[in-house]
Write a protein that binds this ligand. Sequence first.
Ligand SMILES: Cc1cc2nc3c(=O)[nH]c(=O)nc-3n(C[C@H](O)[C@H](O)[C@H](O)COP(=O)(O)OP(=O)(O)OC[C@H]3O[C@@H](n4cnc5c(N)ncnc54)[C@H](O)[C@@H]3O)c2cc1C
Length: 391
Amino acid sequence: MRKAIVIGAGIGGMTAANALQRTGWQVKVYEQAPEIGPVGAGVGIAPNAVKALDRLGLGEGLREHGRRQDALEIRTRSGRRLTRLPGTDIEDRYDAPFYALHRAELHHVLARRLNPDTLHTGHRATTITTDADTATVTFQTTAGTVSETADLVVAADGVNSHLRATLFPDYPGPTYAGYTVWRGLVPNSRSVPAILTETWGKGARFGIATLGGGQTYWFACENMTEHAKPEHGLDMLAQRFQHWHEPIPELIAATPEDTLLRHDVYYLHARLPSFVRGRVALLGDAAHAVTPDIGQGACLAIEDAVVLASAVDDSGVDEGLRVYDAARRPRTERMARFSGRLANLLQTSNRATIAIRDTISLAVPASLLTRAAGAAFAWTPRDHVGASQQT
Ligand SMILES: Cc1cc2nc3c(=O)[nH]c(=O)nc-3n(C[C@H](O)[C@H](O)[C@H](O)COP(=O)(O)OP(=O)(O)OC[C@H]3O[C@@H](n4cnc5c(N)ncnc54)[C@H](O)[C@@H]3O)c2cc1C
């Protein structure tokens, strides 16, 4: 039986493990964290990733735990609506809805379908070597150093990927995006409508999504130098967003301080020459971390997993890896360009640019915005999945 090792139990690694097991691989996932806890906040799963999860038979779990979004909206800080994409339009056009759910729930959906004894925590990958037919990874564990060899290694170890740095030593690594993001969760009544809203202000943004399980997820972005003002928490946010439309001040006030998450945002600015080295495939943020502006990082990682498993199943490992690289680099580079442009526009502090931005957005009918989002949402596994997996 062909053997694969996946490094990293994030959304990308866990989806890859599911996809490979489905096509008959013996898979082990190695994660550096000592255990998988209920980390993170919310995550938006756009139609492209919904279709990919459906292809892997994981859509049912998404529907069970996620909340289908009734609409996506952009607003000004006063609450004026700039654009609206109704959920029914999204579904009609892209053959799948837009969901939001807690990351831990998504992780649970991905973990529960894996074969027993697939996931191994407390294993930090420290070295990797690859030849024509295999790759070998060495891990640091509490019991000491262990090594494992496989026909295929999937490096899904995130934006700061150690394996990417080892395999591509000349690659410059992640770049700071110029802003920091806070995330919070607030309980809600289940009758709250699910309208994923992003509100644009001067050098700052606020997003709100209703998740499955009776929670509202919010995020706030603010331009800041790297590592600046670590003491900034809910008090600062309450002040910063006090004049923004409801429920923004209300949500900040209702958030327990100890649940607040804060991260500086990083992405991969430079292009990698390949997503493949020998028998190792880079996947997810390790290969193409994009800024979260188009909410597609996890969605693209899910797409990667479907394409990788399908390609090696259809064409064998070596040709399959070539097919994977050829399919995924152009797609993810396009999304990265789009996300970068959006970041510049959305995080601007320039009053003139804000005025132009908001005026243009007002003039853009929802159907046009639907077409722009289409670059991401329209992707379908059909074009990439070979005959063996077609239903
Ligand atoms: C604020 C914010 C909001 C976002 N919102 C969305 C959204 O709504 N929708 C969306 O699609 N995307 C979103 N994203 C992007 C998304 O979170 C990421 O793209 C996605 O989580 C990447 O998944 P991954 O599996 O590639 O990497 P990660 O989630 O980073 O997982 C990597 C895993 O590898 C492990 N690891 C690292 N090094 C090693 C090692 N040496 N050995 C073993 N294990 C290791 C880590 O512990 C981790 O568990 C958002 C990002 C941010 C910052």
